[in-house]
Design a protein. Structure first.
Length: 344
């Protein structure tokens, strides 16, 4: 799956050079988990790892990539809850049980020059720090920013690399997030842009913007700072305003410090503040409420296998969760989980 992450990064920044024909590349991942919420019910409403007191499936993910001259394609299929109805709407109208797989990515690139690349298709979103694939995230559970933001966007975009340190993407996208096809009368009515910066070794930042009559307006910043060979700090901050009248949407920020204790063992913390605007609730949070979520995870690696034990504590400004009687409201919730992720 690391190959796919690299491919996506190249597509976003536009740093794709002219290539010779390459063999078909196959990569992917598989994951499963066990989670226990101390309120004895599924209490923290973010993406994935939602089953309580159960050994459950994440997904199996298979990605294909092929380059022929200046053109290339990426196709990625997923099977299982994490890659199906938990991460994307069913484009064919089928219910969750009738949907056997989902397309996570299906797009083509064309390298017009060594600086300009054109891309069209259905792509993992350029917005945000976390992604659907568990291989690309340090933590197995996901943030409120991830859950409430876009997962995928369909459209066309152009990536231009001004230099090794500066790149720009601009594009037109379907009117809604997370759908294969646009509403016919709306079409490609959302515009998006990303400014990528790499001002120094070990430092990268992406300033993201998307605006549409149906998707609303989102401004997002992601950054990574490699402060030493062992210590890395990640950052994600975003604000989304839904279309229409009223104060609907969210704002939030998350920090991701992590340390590599050894080559095969690392520790990481996600510290997130997330606020739902006053006129509507967000996924996992009531309206006009805010939450501080602390997630401590370890990564133990052996070859392509990663074992992720994790403890999470969420504390809201107002009642947002329930106690172990499953009735009494409370401001806080905590859970423990272990996940097994294998990448190939």
């Amino acid at each position: 799956m690391k190959k796919v992450i690299i491919i996506l990064a190249l597509a976003l920044t536009g740093n794709m050079t002219f290539a010779q024909d390459t063999p078909l590349e196959i990569s992917g991942s598989a994951d499963l988990y066990y989670k226990y919420d101390f309120a004895k019910t599924a209490n923290i409403g973010t993406s994935f790892a939602s089953d309580q007191n159960s050994l459950s499936l994440g997904m199996i993910d298979i990605a294909l990539k092929k380059t022929t001259g200046k053109a290339s394609f990426v196709g990625e299929l997923s099977f299982g809850p994490r890659g199906q109805y938990q991460s994307i709407l069913n484009g064919d109208g089928a219910d969750a049980d009738g949907n056997t797989f989902n397309i996570q990515n299906l797009y083509v690139n064309y390298a017009v020059s060594d600086k300009l690349t054109l891309t069209a298709g259905f792509m993992g979103t350029f917005v945000g720090y976390e992604v659907i694939s568990p291989l690309a995230n340090f933590h197995y559970s996901t943030s409120y920013l991830f859950t409430n933001g876009p997962f995928q966007n369909a459209g066309v975009k152009a990536n231009y690399a001004f230099s090794d340190k500066v790149g720009l993407m601009v594009g037109a996208f379907n009117n809604e997030w997370n759908v294969y096809s646009a509403e016919p009368l709306r079409g490609l009515n959302a515009i998006g842009a990303q400014l990528s910066l790499a001002p120094a070794e070990g430092v990268s930042a992406y300033i993201n913007f998307m605006d549409g009559a149906d998707s609303g307006t989102i401004i997002d910043l992601t950054a990574t700072f490699a402060l030493s060979d062992k210590f890395t700090l990640g950052l994600n901050a975003a604000d989304w305003t839904a279309p229409g009248s009223g104060d609907v949407g969210y704002t939030g920020v998350a920090l991701y410090p992590s340390v590599s204790v050894t080559d095969n063992f690392g520790l990481g913390l996600r510290a997130e503040y997330f606020k739902a605007k006053k006129d509507d609730s967000m996924i996992g949070l009531t309206a006009d409420n805010s939450v501080t979520a602390l997630t401590l995870s370890a990564n133990l690696k052996a070859g392509g296998f990663t074992f992720i034990p994790e403890f999470r504590l969420d504390s809201a400004k107002n009642n947002n969760f329930v106690k172990s009687d499953m009735i009494t409201p409370t401001k806080s919730a905590s859970q423990f989980s272990v996940a097994c992720v294998y990448g190939f």
